[in-house]
Design a protein around this ligand. Sequence first.
Ligand SMILES: Nc1ncnc2c1ncn2[C@@H]1O[C@H](COP(=O)(O)OP(=O)(O)OP(=O)(O)O)[C@@H](O)[C@H]1O
Length: 256
Amino acid sequence: MTNKVVEINHLQKIYGKANEKQYQALADISFDVHEGEFVGIMGPSGSGKTTLLNMISALDTPTNGTINIAGQNIVKLNENQLTDFRAEKIGFIFQDFNLLENLTMRQNIGLPLSLQGLSAKKIQTQVEKIADRLNIGHILDNYPTEVSGGQKQRVAAARALIHQPELLLGDEPTGALDSKNAKNLLEALRDLNEQDKTTILMVTHDPMSASYCKRILFIRDGEIFKEIEKQGSQQAFYEDILSILSHVDFSAESQV
Ligand SMILES: Nc1ncnc2c1ncn2[C@@H]1O[C@H](COP(=O)(O)OP(=O)(O)OP(=O)(O)O)[C@@H](O)[C@H]1O
């Protein structure tokens, strides 16, 4: 059995203080992600997907429950330990790329290592290695405004992976891409998962993007209500996903 990279038990998140208006975004979530898995999270708007990612990346704290990432109970960490945890253990790809416009792609990708104080030479070697892996070696000296959305997102993926995190998190990473660029990014993520055993957890509302995963968790009203695993072809998995979505009212916001 492979190691558990993510181990979540009875996670609950209530926004708002006891004397204020409260909102339960996560009711009771438990699941594991093993090393080398590529897991998708799907659910209607307001179902708690971003809240869940924010808990896993320790950007916010749960009301109840435990979160272990790479064997570390992150709910118990102090501020300094959390900073180290985020810098070392996880990589994050956002929908809107989050690249720094006044830095070149090379500088953007190398940023996590610069912040760790690595030498310029070591950073260059690592940048070129990951850029080669994601087919962006030819745009390293360009600025973000000079390249396509798809290239920007592959640069964001390179930046998220350069420090070799235990877990790559994506919050709608294909959300701002056209279908061709989305496919390019997803193929790159699939290669990283299959060849380098990168563990990926990705939120998406798009069934085609989700069909690149090996397992999907469906959440609604802050709870996992269904889970499916890829058994056969990607096309068959895509059709399974569509069938589940067609039985769920994804327009419904979760209720207080
Ligand atoms: N800081 C906050 N304070 C109060 N309520 C919040 C806060 N952040 C999120 N919520 C509420 O919690 C619920 C879950 O939000 P979340 O952003 O996790 O949903 P989501 O599934 O990611 O939605 P979407 O697909 O629209 O991004 C929503 O009803 C939202 O309004």
